[in-house]
Design a protein around this ligand. Structure first.
Ligand SMILES: [Zn+2]
Length: 138
C-alpha cells in the first residue's frame, strides 16, 4: 500500500509530503517526494528535485554524524532500558552537541566536553564519510 507521510526535518524549515510503499522492506524503501508544502529560505531557489535531494542529504548528514560521534567510547554512552538492555547510544554526561548549517550548507558542529584528539578524530571520520568541508567541527 502506498502511504503518504508529511516530513518536517529538524535540519531546515522545509515541509515535504512523500510517498512510500508499505510492502517494501525498510532498507529497500524509496521515498518519493510528492508535494512541497513549505520551502525554507536556503532551499527555495532550487528545483523540487534538487530541494528534495538537499533536504534529505542535510538531514542524513546530521544524523549520521551524530551516530559517528556517539559511537566513540568517551563521547557517547549506552542508553539502557529498565532491564539493563542497550536501547541506543547517546552522548556521554558532560558532552554537548549543537549544530547548524551555514550559508554554504556545511554542517557546523560544536561538541563541548570532548578532547582535542577526539575532535580531530571526529573531523577525520566526517571528512572520510562526507568529503571535505561538509562537516566542520568548531
Ligand atoms: Zn529546506
Amino acid at each position: 500500500m502506498i502511504k503518504t507521510t508529511t516530513w518536517r526535518p529538524d535540519t531546515c524549515d522545509c515541509e515535504v509530503e512523500y510517498d512510500w510503499d508499505t510492502e517494501t522492506s525498510e532498507d529497500a524503501r524509496v521515498h518519493t517526494p510528492k508535494q512541497f508544502n513549505r520551502r525554507c529560505a536556503p532551499h527555495q531557489a532550487l528545483s523540487e528535485q534538487m530541494q528534495w535531494g538537499a533536504v534529505v542529504d542535510e538531514n542524513r548528514r546530521k544524523n549520521i554524524f551524530e551516530g559517528i560521534a556517539v559511537s566513540l567510547p568517551r563521547v557517547g554512552k549506552d542508553i539502557l532500558d529498565e532491564s539493563g538492555n542497550v536501547v541506543e547510544r547517546g552522548f556521554a554526561a558532560g558532552v554537548r552537541f549543537t549544530w547548524s548549517f551555514d550559508v554554504d550548507r556545511s554542517l557546523n558542529v560544536t561538541l563541548s566536553g570532548i578532547t582535542v584528539p577526539e575532535k580531530s578524530q571526529l573531523q577525520t571520520l566526517a571528512d572520510n564519510r562526507f568529503g571535505l568541508g561538509k562537516v566542520i567541527i568548531k
